[in-house]
Design a protein around this ligand. Structure first.
Ligand SMILES: [Ca+2]
Ligand SMILES: [Ca+2]
Ligand SMILES: [Ca+2]
Length: 466
């Protein structure tokens, strides 16, 4: 079911009485509001897929693939989930394989089994063009009636982050014998990366309570949102081996007991904390020129919490280096609808917002709205040539060459080391780009190409000549 009432104005005979379209003023930018999809079950994850469709998990156990121009969708996966998806557990986070052309695989987290005794599965499925098939279980951990996480995020080094909640047992978060209350990192085949903080362990961070937001920001920074108990919802930067303090520390290290624990355990404090809790959820880094007022921000979904803190989309403005939050703007609270997740159209810069209805734990009405800068979108006449290059040789030693299918014009590129450092920068005006990698440390790098319609990345390795 779609509502594109702007069309009534275009096609209606009496254009003088055209249905008025709701618009939002964001500084000098006007966003037009569309109801893209309505009537589906609780949307939990929404993301822009490499097939230029919007993908959605429903907590009730479905994956939908949505045509972003019409809102038409197909159900591509159905699973039985804990409690029928009526409580916190159910089908949760999702991520796509980064090399979609050759490996069209989709990662999904869902909880199944009886209430309070279920399992949380991280599975990967093959996309056969119409549905998700060939389920492979990569990781199984305990699920709980509450606090199951779980967002997924593929990093530029082709590893997968998964947030795991404390399932209501806060003591697990500091225990290295449990995968609960952690951020986990896996290779895309489910194995443990060699460079995880601890040998033979999925654990990437500890001291987490229930993180339900993950996003890749500038310079390889990974951001996370995390639910606090009653106070101190958090916005964090995810660092390998980091201890985020729960349950001994909530928010900043600012009580005597917390200061002692923080000192001893090298606890990483949040960039920002909210008290009382506002119930922070899905996040996305926004840097599209379609909404200049939102460039270099993190869009943060806010459910509104149990304590009547208001639902909204928070826009977190970042310092230039991305390491701190300088201010917060708030939008869309007048809907009085819990906001669960956000996604961005890489071409038009439109922002998609998933609403879960007004009440915990989410019973509808459910809707995905699109907020579009028409003025900008109308200039995006066609989709860009694929900016993703072929890289060879890969691994390389002292030089690497990138080749594109079509000649590029004025496309900015930046090459990052996985340590976050920028190692090269410039413009591509050709089908080929050759970089001198002499003197670069051994390791993984990625090139990011940005033009008006989005960003593409490709990874490569630098190794010794021998
Ligand atoms: Ca998302
Ligand atoms: Ca914390
Ligand atoms: Ca504190």
């Amino acid at each position: 079911m779609k509502l594109k009432s702007v069309l009534l104005g275009v096609f209606g005979l009496a254009s003088a009485v055209a249905t008025s379209q709701t618009t939002w003023e964001i500084g000098n930018t006007t966003l037009t509001e569309y109801d893209l999809v309505t009537g589906m079950e609780i949307p939990w994850e929404i993301l822009w897929g490499p097939d230029d469709h919007l993908w959605m998990t429903s907590r009730k156990g479905e994956v939908l693939r949505i045509d972003p121009t019409t809102g038409d969708y197909t159900t591509v996966l159905e699973k039985n989930v804990m409690n029928g998806g009526n409580g916190e557990p159910g089908m949760l986070g999702m991520a796509m394989h980064p090399d979609w052309e050759t490996t069209p695989k989709v990662y999904v987290v869902y909880c199944a089994g009886s209430s309070w005794n279920g399992q949380e599965y991280l599975s990967v499925f093959d996309w056969n063009g119409t549905e998700l098939v060939n389920e492979q279980f990569l990781l199984t951990i305990d699920a709980g009636g509450i606090h199951n996480g779980s967002r997924l995020l593929v990093l530029p080094d082709n590893t997968l982050l998964m947030t795991a909640g404390d399932v209501g047992s806060s003591g697990l978060s500091q225990s290295m014998n449990s995968l609960q209350g952690k951020t986990l990192r896996l290779n895309l085949d489910g194995s443990i990366p060699d460079d995880n903080p601890l040998p033979d362990s999925y654990i990437y961070t500890l001291g987490n309570r229930n993180s339900q937001g993950l996003a890749l920001g500038p310079n390889g920074i990974v951001y996370a949102s995390e639910h606090g108990q009653n106070s101190n919802d958090e916005f964090n930067i995810v660092e390998a081996g980091g201890n985020y303090g729960w349950p001994q520390v909530e928010g900043f290290c600012n009580t005597t007991a917390e200061e002692a624990f923080c000192e001893e355990n090298n606890v990483i404090e949040p960039l920002k904390a909210w008290t009382p809790c506002i119930a922070v959820n899905g996040i996305e880094y926004y840097n599209h020129e379609a909404i200049p007022e939102w460039q270099h921000t993190v869009l943060l979904s806010v459910l509104g919490g149990l304590g009547g803190q208001y639902e909204r989309l928070s826009v977190l403005h970042l310092s230039e280096d991305g390491l701190s939050v300088t201010s917060e703007d708030q939008y869309f609270s007048s809907f009085n609808q819990r906001i669960r997740d956000v996604a961005v159209n890489p071409y038009t810069g439109s922002v998609y917002v998933a609403f879960n209805g007004p009440s915990y734990p989410g019973s509808g009405p459910n809707i995905i709205k699109e907020f579009r800068n028409e003025e900008f979108a109308s200039t995006v006449s066609e989709r860009p040539d694929d900016l993703k290059p072929m890289a060879f040789p890969n691994p390389c030693t002292d030089r690497i060459q990138f080749e594109w299918e079509h000649e590029l014009r004025n496309v900015e590129y930046t090459v990052y080391a996985f340590t976050g450092e920028t190692v090269a920068q410039g413009q591509v005006n050709n089908k080929l780009l050759t970089l001198d990698t002499k003197g670069w440390s051994n390791g993984s790098y990625f090139i990011a190409l940005t033009h008006a319609n989005g960003t593409r990345t490709a990874t490569f390795q630098v190794v010794d000549a021998e």
